[in-house]
Every structure is written in C-alpha cells, then in structure tokens.
Design a protein around this ligand. Structure first.
Ligand code: G4P
Length: 532
C-alpha cells in the first residue's frame, strides 16, 4: 500500500460526552463491531467511579486503564480506525481538550433525558474553535426523554451548530419502536434485548409503503410520515461538505446499551468522516501527504511501575512516515532523538511498531525529554500550534512535609506538571510553589503520586488566587513596573513567563482598566495562538 492509500484509509476520532451520557457504552459497542474486544464490559468495568474525590484505587485504576485504552485501533469497513479515549471524570477535562487536538472528528453523545449538559457545551466549544466535524448520537431513547424537536433545537442553540437528523425516532421511552433511517431509507425496529447484535431492519424507501403500517401500527406510521415530511422541510438535505467544515452535525438517535442505532452511526461515520487533516504550525499548514515525517505530543503518561520513572508520550503523526530506530528532530530541544520501542495500540494491547502513518498515534518511551505540545520532525524547525495549555481554576500552595526529600518533591512536581496533570507556578518573591488545576481530584492525584512515585510527602494549603493571567506588553517598561509593584502576586510559569495571580475578579478587572498597556491572557495559549 502506498502512502496515499495508507493516509486515506485512516480515521482518527474521539467519543465525547458529559459524564453518564453513555460514552463508555457507545465506545464499547463500536469496539465490538470493530472486533477490538470480544465481550461487553471490557472497557466499562475499568471506569473511574463517579463522583470519586479521593479514592486512590480508582485513581490508579483510571490511570491503568487510560494507558491501555488511550488509543483503540480497529478495522471496520475497509478503514483503519483510531479511537482516542477521553477521561470521563470532569476533573480531567483538560486532558480531553488536548486529546481533541489529535483527532480529525468527534462523535458527541447526548442523553435524551438530560439534553445538552455543562460539559457538553465546554467540549463543543473546543471543537467549534477548530471546526472539528461532529456527529451527534442522541442516546437512551428507551427512556422517557425529551421530544426530538426540543432536543434538536437545544443542540443548535446551545452548541452553535446546525443539525441534520439522519435517523428519526418512532416514539420514545415506553413507546419507542425504533428509528427510520432517512439517509438509507430503512426502518429499524427496536427490540430491547441487550445481547442482540443487530436490530431488525427493513428496506422502506417509500414511506407510503403499507408495510410501515403493518410493522408500526396505523397511528404510529401516520405520525412518522408526518414527522419525516416536517423534518425534511425544516432541515436542509445532508451535505458532506458542511459536515466536514464543522458547520452541520448529522444526528442519530439510538440506545447504546441496547446496541440500537450504533451500527448506522458507525457505517455513516466511515462513509463521511474525514481522513487525516492538515495541521497548523507556526510556519503554515502541514499536509498529511507531505513526505517528510512530523508529529506532536498531546499526552504524557507516567509509567505505572513506580520502579521505572520513564513515561509514555503519545505522538500524533501529522505527515510522512514514522519509522522505528530512525533519528528525528526534537524541535524544542533542538536535538536528534531516536526510538527503539515505539508502540501502537491494536486491540487494546500495546505492541511494537516498525512504521506508522498520519492519523496514527504511537506511544514513545520518554525519559523526561517531552512536554505536552512538543514537535518531532525530520529536521524542519516548526512547531505545531493550538495544543491548549488549559486555564487552571483552582490554586493551592505546595508545601513540603519532608525537608530531607525536597529534591524528590521538586523533580516529582516538575515531571507531573509536564504530563499536564496540573500547572506549576513559582512566586517571584518568596519562591512559594503554587499548583493550578481544573479539579479538586487533581490535588489528590498529585499528592498520592508524589508519595508513591517519588517518595516525597506534601500538603496543599489554600492560597487566595482567582485566575492566573499571563502578561505581555509592547511596553516593556510598563510591564516591569507592574511586576515590581505587584511583586507579591507575580509568579513564573515553568517557561519563566510572568503571570499575575489575580486574587479576585474585582481586582483583575481593576488592574486591567488601570494598566491598558498590559495584556492579561487567561491561558498560556497566546504563545501558540489557536490556529484552524
Ligand atoms: P459515560 O461513559 O458517558 O459516563 O456513560 P456510561 O457509558 O458509563 O453510561 C452511563 C449509564 O447510562 C450506565 O448506567 C449505562 O448502562 C447507562 N446507559 C448507556 N446507554 C444507555 C441507553 O441507551 N439506555 C439506558 N437506559 N441506559 C444507558 P450505570 O447504571 O451507571 O451503569 P451500569 O450499572 O448500567 O453499568
């Protein structure tokens, strides 16, 4: 197979949802179709328990499973599919945001009872920034959910995307009979048996077909005819180009746990989802067809074995062909690197890869040379853009409880923050270390891992901080003066950028108004401005 064919057959995507909407269940069904797992429950049983705040077993289990399910590769319908996992727990949301930079499209799961939820909105904002193509799966149709029109309206309104139903539900909850596949002209009947592999489906291209009345009953059939007419009148016909531009999301209705509507979604996915897309760099876009290899690190995972400090860096390949035992250029460090044990993730187990192509994600053993966002090339000196460094929402001072192990603590916190678990800031005056995260659970994870992996013990103390604002200015003197006056609230991030720890929204607003020459950035993203 030539490189063009290798690229064309790859589809790299993620399933995203608000916790509990059914992401794990849907993922599992997709893997069953792809033959990547043989039994239901293989993914699910390893999920972190909902609402866990400090259950260390769960944290460990989550970490274990998130390595082995980080990338699930399987073949289906002539495509090679890379399904990237995203953590379910909201405290790990920033990990999800970064994973979204490594995919070419997403499938969004919505719970039909709850509709669009908070996390759905946040995830979609990230997709909208990059115009990522989105397929929506409205789940749990076996429950008494909201009516489909309300759901579709809510999707358009809250997610700022147009929708196009591809299937239409017949009844809901107790009266749910199945869906009509508008795209393929088929009636799919719902039989609530969890073990069933495929739903019964009948070719009914013409809705006037009396078979419809026989199958659904006269009343339900009449209602379906009416609704389909309405839907086709209200929504523009599906066009792949508007989906690929991220403007219109095709919508499917189903029930993941009953394996209903999953196959249609997958079949449509392999028909319409984009192959590996070009990626933006600080020197213009890089096409997957570019023969020179390039890729970026979007996730770093610590080794689960505490005796080995090495970590696994996940690299998304963007162009060319990656080969084992070949020297590549680590752009940030400006030095050659070579990997003798790169791994791929077929059928949820790791194995050695000799070569990999755009769209693929490989695991590279990392002895501490990688940070999130690092670029590897064949020699070119560009950086991939838009790998978000999240904006922390919670801040605590890191306090060393064992002075004999301060070196270990220092090393540990640096390495953990390289993984993107949290961000580290150091006070300019007084050199206190402040850790910023997006969730409470992260502090528990850090404390536990520092102890277990680095033998360092620490505590987290409250600090008065509302937002970390990265500072830039065209007026160097004004910036220096601001930092001098506010020295107590100025911290440095790991790259020695100056950051203002605003103690409250009020003070932030005040400082912004009093210092018009200074720009207050809410994320460190300004360094690698988001590009399409
Ligand atoms: P998540 O990864 O998005 O957090 O969701 P997950 O798949 O774990 O699903 C959350 C709950 O919703 C699970 O129930 C799951 O069984 C259920 N679920 C998924 N799809 C459907 C569906 O189509 N219909 C109905 N009625 N329920 C669905 P749970 O009680 O948390 O777990 P379990 O004990 O059932 O495994």
């Amino acid at each position: 197979m030539g490189s063009h064919e290798e690229i064309e057959r790859r589809r790299t995507f993620a399933v995203i949802s608000h916790p509990d909407a059914g992401k794990t269940t849907l993922t599992e069904k997709l893997l069953l179709y792809g033959g990547a797992i043989q039994t239901a429950g293989a993914v699910k049983s390893n999920k972190i328990r909902k609402g866990a705040t400090s259950d260390f077993m769960d944290i460990e289990r989550q970490r274990g499973i998130s390595v082995s399910t980080s990338v699930m590769t399987f073949s289906y319908g002539g495509r090679l599919i890379n399904l990237l996992d995203t953590p379910g727990h909201k405290d790990f949301a920033e990990d999800t945001f970064r994973t979204l930079t490594a995919v070419d499209s997403v499938v969004l799961v919505i719970d039909c009872v709850k509709g669009v939820e908070e996390q759905t909105e946040r995830l979609m904002q990230v997709c909208r920034m990059r115009d990522t193509p989105v397929i929506i799966f409205i789940n749990k149709l076996d429950l008494e959910g909201r009516d489909p029109y309300t759901l579709l309206d809510q999707l358009e309104e809250k997610l700022s995307i147009r929708v196009r139903p591809m299937t239409w539900p017949i009844g809901i909850g107790a009266t749910f009979q199945g869906v009509y596949d508008l795209y393929r002209g088929k009636l799919r009947l719902f039989e609530p048996e969890k073990t069933k592999v495929e739903a019964t489906s009948l070719d009914i291209a013409d809705l006037a077909d009396p078979e419809l009345d026989r199958r659904l009953g006269v009343e339900a059939a009449a209602m379906l005819r009416e609704e389909v007419e309405l839907v086709n009148g209200v929504y523009d016909p599906f066009e792949r180009s508007t989906y690929l531009d991220g403007k219109v999301a095709p919508v499917f209705f189903g029930s993941a746990v009953n394996n209903f509507g999953v196959k249609e979604t997958l079949d449509t996915f392999i028909d319409i989802a984009p192959p590996p897309l070009p990626r933006a760099t600080d020197q213009g876009p890089v096409s997957p067809e570019d023969p020179a290899f390039s890729g970026f690190v979007f996730k770093i995972h610590a080794n689960l074995d505490p005796n080995h400090r090495d970590r696994l860096a996940f690299l998304r390949i963007c162009s060319g062909r990656f080969q084992r035992n070949t020297f590549y250029h680590h752009v940030r460090l400006d030095r050659p690197v070579r990997f003798s044990n790169p791994t791929a993730f077929l059928a949820a187990s790791k194995h050695l890869v000799e070569e990999a192509w755009p769209g693929d994600v490989i695991g590279l053993f990392d002895t501490g040379i990688f940070k999130i966002g690092d670029t590897l090339t064949e020699g070119a000196k560009f950086h991939f853009r838009g790998i978000p460094s999240f904006s922390p929402e919670l801040f605590r001072e890191l306090v060393n409880l064992d002075p004999m192990r301060s070196k270990q603590l220092d090393k540990g916190i640096r390495q953990l923050t390289d993984e993107g678990v949290a961000q580290l800031f150091t006070q300019v005056q007084g050199s206190k270390k402040i850790v910023g995260t997006v969730g409470e659970l992260q502090f528990e994870v850090i404390r536990y891992r520092l102890e277990k992996e680095y033998g360092a013990s620490c505590a987290f103390h409250a600090v008065q901080a509302y937002k970390a604002c990265w500072l830039t200015s065209d007026d160097a003197a004004a910036l220096d003066e601001f930092c001098r006056i506010k020295a107590g609230q100025i911290v440095l991030d790991k790259d020695d950028n100056r950051v203002f720890m605003a103690p409250s929204a009020y003070i932030l607003d005040l400082e912004q108004r009093n210092n018009p020459a200074i720009v207050f950035h809410m994320t460190s993203e300004f360094k690698t401005a988001m590009a399409g």
